[in-house]
Design a binder for this molecule. Structure first.
Ligand code: G
Ligand code: G
Ligand code: MN
Ligand code: NA
Length: 250
């Protein structure tokens, strides 16, 4: 059986789950939000990571339905939290070219009662390659709903700077490959500092991804990075493991 065939059934069979990874503010170390990350519990192959099935979902167009499920699930879950954490949701470029994304997002916000201020949509610059005018138009309509838009995986594409010029992004997420190289490649620190300076001069907050050590955290705090996310601060986890005190009724 092919993964593509199985993927077609996965939604109806309830095989997807969202994990949530904390995002911290570096000035006071507080968790201020969570990124929703999809997981697929395949009935025979076990847990399949998104890197393996999102491309198939994009090729088959199934990402439109799956993405809508992710949005609804993430917003409903965040709306149920006792604290008003921000919730970050990844969007595929395919979701911008099919269906009515702003209408879908609006309907889900109304349905779940989540304040638009708490929703952050993550897009990659690849969104602005094939049909930038349409993508920018839809991004503006999404922003008009009151949600914020983050540029994900910043620095890995080839048009990052022009992309920042064409749209008022609310956040820059530095790709985790840069922190991974910190301490290994002499230039990594310079590149991270340059992105932080760029964020400051454009007045766009910067979140660094892939914090795996205390040294990463110390470096970012010293350099004035706004927010951070990574295994050192918290792994992506199922909703049942997020607030153990609340779950235990404490
Ligand atoms: O969670 P993990 O690190 O394995 O995610 C791998 C990739 O899958 C990341 O690039 C992430 O952005 C992407 N991804 C995770 N969840 C979603 C989702 O709900 N929708 C989309 N489009 N991509 C996702
Ligand atoms: O592309 P995007 O930023 O949406 O993907 C986030 C991915 O990065 C998720 O799949 C998540 O599991 C992974 N991730 C989160 N924190 C870390 C980390 O500290 N190290 C590594 N290697 N991966 C991480
Ligand atoms: Mn992301
Ligand atoms: Na990323």
């Amino acid at each position: 059986r092919s993964l593509a065939r199985d993927l077609r059934l996965a939604l109806a069979q309830g095989e997807f789950e969202l994990y949530y990874q904390p995002q911290s503010r570096l000035t006071d170390n507080l968790t201020i939000g969570y990124e929703a990350l999809i997981r697929w519990h395949h009935p025979t192959r076990g847990l399949i990571p998104p890197a393996e099935f999102i491309p198939i979902a994009e090729e088959t167009g199934l990402i439109v339905q799956i993405g809508e499920w992710v949005l609804r699930q993430a917003c409903a879950t965040a709306a149920s939290w006792a604290e008003p954490y921000r919730i970050a949701v990844n969007l595929s470029p395919v979701q911008f070219s099919h269906g009515a994304l702003p209408e879908t997002v609006h309907a889900i916000l109304v349905e779940t009662g989540l304040s638009p201020k708490r929703l952050e949509l993550e897009v990659t610059e690849s969104l602005l390659i094939s049909d930038p005018d349409t993508a920018l138009h839809i991004l503006r309509r999404l922003k008009g709903l009151g949600v914020s838009i983050a540029m994900d995986d910043f620095g890995t594409g080839y048009s990052s700077l022009s992309t920042l010029q064409s749209f008022p992004f609310d956040k820059i997420k530095i790709d985790r490959s840069f922190l991974d190289k910190l301490g290994k490649h002499r230039k990594a620190a310079s590149i991270i500092r340059a992105v932080l300076a760029l964020g400051r001069s454009l007045e766009i907050p910067v979140l660094a991804e892939g914090i795996e050590t205390k040294a990463h955290l110390d470096f970012l705090r010293q350099e004035g990075c706004d927010e951070a996310q990574g295994y050192f601060l918290g792994r992506p986890m199922p909703v049942g493991m997020m607030f153990p005190q609340a779950a235990a009724g404490v």
